[in-house]
Ligand binder design. Sequence first.
Ligand SMILES: C[S@@+](CC[C@H](N)C(=O)[O-])C[C@H]1O[C@@H](n2cnc3c(N)ncnc32)[C@H](O)[C@@H]1O
Length: 211
Amino acid sequence: MAKASRDTLYAPLRLPRVYNLLQSLTGGSRDRADFVKRHVLFRSDEKVVDAGCGTGSALEFLPPVKYVGFDPNSGYIHAAQSRYGSRGQFLCGDADSSEVWELVQSADTFLSFGVLHHLTDSQIRKILSLAQRCLRQSGRFIFYEPCFSARDDVLGRICMNLDRGGNIKTDQAWRALLSEYFATLEEHIRRPVYWFRYTIQAFICRDPRQL
Ligand SMILES: C[S@@+](CC[C@H](N)C(=O)[O-])C[C@H]1O[C@@H](n2cnc3c(N)ncnc32)[C@H](O)[C@@H]1O
């Protein structure tokens, strides 16, 4: 599907209420929560950056941490601030914004939950580069995105082709891209059973490569 028609078709999802409603109807954040609960431990003093934080729904399943979320959609940021303002800092912007660069420095954990497949390749690289540069050497990048793989369910494959994000990559392509920025990748393939069956590829990436 062409980018312009995809943008028009999914325009209502730019509204925070519509986006939140779809998330709860599809169970979109349930599997993210389960992945984090099973595989990611947080210290209460760690700095967690949530890139493309949307309406801040990760705070539903994150424990208390020093949370910073950024997103270019001002409506989402407003909704996040109203609901979770006491739990962290939110900033409207993207990886090109100098305020974002300043705020995210010395992060322990950098999250990208369902964000990168909405971006162009150049925007994806800006986010990965931001994560690589702002993480402490002991830090980690948590990646959770849909992927095309040899074992996709047929219905899932159709839904992924129609996804609002038009840049879902194959599992090999995501792996190759991440390994340019991080030396150690711990990979988890997930097939959460919603009413559609996406293949989700999650990584815990460590050892940001030195520039
Ligand atoms: C599917 S939503 C995911 C939101 C959130 N991470 C979650 O798990 O609910 C994708 C998000 O990416 C954001 N986004 C779009 N372009 C971006 C960019 N260049 N940098 C960071 N985030 C971006 C969108 O505004 C949207 O909030």
